[in-house]
Write a protein that binds this ligand. Structure first.
Ligand code: DHB
Length: 393
């Protein structure tokens, strides 16, 4: 009788041990290696995401399932070789449990093999070339893909009396995705792409390229430029009188980025563009997020901030699902299929592709009297639950 009771007790104790985080995990902080461009041309992305990660932590604490969480922020300057070296150091020396960030596609590409070799989940919160998630089975994305936001823009253009379009994109991964997916969808919808212009990623001067647009007189120019280049583009567009030329400007929301939009002035008014997040999105979650972010930072959160915030949300959920234990494969499994309410609306991490599924909005830049007469991307149409079209084929 006594023996039996002891056995039962021992069994219960063992079960409790198995469920609880190990003593090691309890004593060791869970480390998040956050790699962002805090300096250089992409510094606005770093600034936005750092602020978002801090806001997430301020609102949700730095303990998950009894485990202390530590964020280690490193600046890669937006230079892919630096991203890779920093990722290696974070994995080998700091023994981080997860890698997060990646301001531009080449930085994400450079780091993918490290995620695979070390079985470290790599949460991409900025870069948006479709193929990124295919470079490692450990990559999960909370930002977006260019094909995802471009196809709805092409559909809208074709339905709105736009027949001839010149595409105008930054000459690297996301720009080439935007160019390709705009053209194929627009042609399918009966439109014609009459010119394809590519501008350099580093230090572009848009003037000569804008002259080509003016000369070829399309109905519209469709533009993708990475976050941070929109204001310079818009200024030159206005200076060359293109805003009064009858050539419509349509774009992805990277160009009418909430980080810079309010400073662009009247030249941006009426620009129709497509994206997954607007600071003016009508939901209580968005409003709360934007208010808290602005109170802490004195600037408006853009789509990069939201993806960084959601990256933290994803990681906290995954760590909680492993009861604080973590582990690369367990975290990855817990990230797949997650659904939650983001400041942009509901998002899903597709379990097969590890890429994000989300609503994509068509918006128009307007002055909004109810919001301090500032410029916002005002949403007026939507495609629901859009999967990356480059992968759903
Ligand atoms: C990428 C970078 C950006 O700033 C952006 O707005 C979209 C894509 C990229 O490099 O993938």
């Amino acid at each position: 009788m006594i023996a039996r009771r002891t056995l039962v007790a021992a069994g219960a104790a063992l079960a409790a041990l198995a469920a609880a985080p190990s003593a090691y995990a309890q004593a060791t902080p869970f480390k998040i290696g956050l790699i962002l461009p805090m300096t250089g041309q992409q510094a606005s992305t770093g600034k936005q995401e750092e602020a978002a990660v801090k806001l997430w932590t301020a609102q949700n604490g730095s303990t998950v399932a009894g485990r202390k969480v530590e964020v280690i922020l490193k600046d890669d300057g937006g230079v892919p070789d630096a991203t890779k070296r920093i990722a290696q150091e974070l994995v080998v020396n700091d023994k981080v449990d997860v890698l997060v960030g990646f301001g531009i596609t080449p930085s994400a590409f450079a780091t993918a093999p490290i995620a695979t070799q070390s079985k470290t989940p790599m949460v991409v919160t900025a870069a948006a070339t479709s193929a990124i998630t295919e470079r490692s089975p450990y990559i999960v994305r909370t930002s977006f893909t260019l094909p995802q936001v471009t196809v709805p823009m092409a559909d809208w253009a074709a339905k709105n009396k736009i027949k001839k379009v010149v595409t105008f994109v930054s000459d690297y991964g996301p720009g080439l995705d935007a160019e390709k997916f705009f053209k194929s969808q627009f042609q399918l919808d009966g439109g014609e792409v009459t010119g394809e212009i590519r501008t350099p990623l580093r230090g572009p001067d848009f003037a000569p390229f804008l002259q080509k647009v003016a000369d070829s007189k399309p109905d519209a120019v469709f533009v993708f430029l990475p976050s941070g280049q929109g204001a310079a583009f818009m200024k030159q567009f206005g200076e060359r009188g293109l805003d009064k030329s009858g050539i419509r400007l349509i774009a992805t929301g990277d160009v009418t980025d909430d980080d810079q939009l309010n400073d662009m002035g009247d030249v941006a008014l009426g620009v129709v563009n497509s994206h997954h997040y607007s600071a003016a999105h009508a939901s209580a979650t968005t409003e709360k997020f934007v208010q808290a972010f602005e109170a802490a930072n004195k600037f408006r959160p853009n789509f990069m901030a939201v993806a960084g915030y959601d990256g933290m949300h994803l990681i906290y959920n995954a760590l909680a699902a492993t009861k604080g234990k973590g582990g690369g494969d367990a975290l990855l499994a817990a990230m797949k299929g997650q659904v939650f309410e983001s400041p942009r609306g509901q998002i899903l991490i597709d379990a097969q592709t590890r890429d994000i599924v989300q609503d994509v909005y068509i918006r128009k830049v307007e002055r909004v009297p109810a919001m301090g007469n500032q410029l916002f991307n005002v949403e007026f149409d939507v495609q629901k639950a859009v999967k990356d079209p480059a992968k759903s084929k």
